[in-house]
Design a binder for this molecule. Structure first.
Ligand code: NAI
Ligand code: 13P
Length: 336
């Protein structure tokens, strides 16, 4: 008899809990690492994570612990779902605890500030593992809808296709349909850039602008992601898939998106400080817009919407001025 696949998920936030549930529903034995003992207790005794998903019942094969060594022990897959900017520090602590040969799986949609590294690059560097042992899950996967077991598709990417197929089997459920890819670069860029465009669309929504603006921002945002991807060696077709267009559509249409909501609050006239104060969960685009803009500059790629988001969010540029400048750039042919 073959033993069940074991998965460790760091941590018990919104997407960590939801993806842990997906893995458990797919038949894995899952241990979530929670920072706070009350969260681990609620999961183990009440089968719920009330801070994130009040009322949602979690499966019995999803357990939680505050002990990272216990979570990591014997895991075939070690899933990482924490804010991108904390990954390097946290993983340095967890690396000595990781099961030998475990596959590290990033759920994170950010780019490291300063280094401008993708999450899989940070993982390879800190855990000292080859690219063949690092995978990425990305796509239109708003955690709250996943916890409600509403149908969604996703992409599991690894440079080693056999590893991607193993992960695909480990997280395939009647409501969660993962597709494999070997384009890790494209998948990670798709996730990081869509958060920045989600902020831009949120700002436009908050300013009271309509669906023509939204359609324009999504499409030209996709062109920015594709251009950056091409410059960095990604497959441009990845951006018209789930990791690109699919996630842009979900994020830019949904009030469940933290990036979209963050932008909407800014667009309505809240200050950055006020917006941060009312944002309870991770909105990766707020920091990653700077690292995406940095990547673009390093690769000589023009990303005007991304630059505009940086100007509004970090340099306090008034939204109307930023909009006028964005629309007033020199006329061009439509290119990706
Ligand atoms: N929530 C969603 O719908 C989705 C989120 N993602 C991505 O998943 C990643 C995680 O996001 P969420 O789970 O949504 O965020 P969250 O804010 O709901 O949860 C973050 C988790 O990280 C923990 N954490 C925060 N700071 C930490 C630190 N310094 N050290 C260790 N742990 C820390 C928190 O306790 C919490 O458990 C992000 O990169 C996000 O872009 C991707 C797809 C869907
Ligand atoms: O990545 C997500 C959906 O795929 C979640 O988006 P937010 O991080 O903006 O909530």
């Amino acid at each position: 008899m073959t033993r069940p696949v074991k998965a460790a998920v760091f941590s018990a936030g919104s997407w960590g809990t939801a993806f842990g549930m997906v893995l458990a529903d797919a038949g894995c034995e899952v241990t979530l690492w929670a920072r706070r003992p009350e969260v681990a207790d609620a999961i183990n005794t009440g089968r719920t994570n009330p801070d994130y998903f009040p009322g949602a019942e979690l499966p019995a094969n999803l357990r939680a612990t505050t002990d990272p060594a216990e979570a990591a022990r014997g895991a075939d897959f070690t899933v990482l779902s924490i804010p991108s900017q904390t990954l390097r520090g946290n993983l340095a602590e967890w690396a000595p605890l990781l099961a030998p040969d475990t596959v590290l799986v990033s759920l994170m949609k950010g780019i490291e500030l300063g280094s401008a590294k993708r999450m899989s690059e940070v993982i390879e560097e800190v855990a000292k593992v080859p690219a063949e042992r690092v995978a990425v899950v990305t796509g239109p996967n708003l955690a709250r809808e996943i916890v409600a077991r509403q149908p969604a598709a996703s992409v599991v990417a690894c440079v080693d296709e056999a590893v991607a197929r193993r992960l695909q089997a480990a997280c395939h459920t009647p409501y969660f349909r993962p597709y494999t890819s070997t384009d890790v670069i494209g998948c990670e860029l798709g996730g990081a850039v869509k958060n920045v465009i989600g902020l831009a669309v949120g700002i436009a929504d908050g300013m009271g602008l309509g669906d023509n603006t939204k359609g324009s921002l999504i499409t030209r945002g996709l062109a920015e992601a594709t251009r950056l991807g091409l410059a960095m060696g990604a497959d441009p077709l990845t951006f018209s898939g789930l990791a690109g267009l699919g996630d842009l559509v979900a994020t830019c249409s949904s009030p469940l998106s933290r990036n979209h909501t963050f932008g909407t609050n800014l667009g309505r006239g809240m200050t950055l400080e006020e917006t941060i104060a009312v944002t309870k969960q991770t909105a990766e685009g707020v920091k990653s817009c700077q690292s995406v803009a940095d990547l673009a500059r390093r690769h000589g790629v023009d990303m005007p919407i991304t630059e505009t988001v940086v100007d509004i969010v970090h340099h306090g540029k008034p939204t109307l001025v930023a909009l006028k400048e964005l629309m007033g750039r020199s006329a061009k042919p439509e290119r990706h």
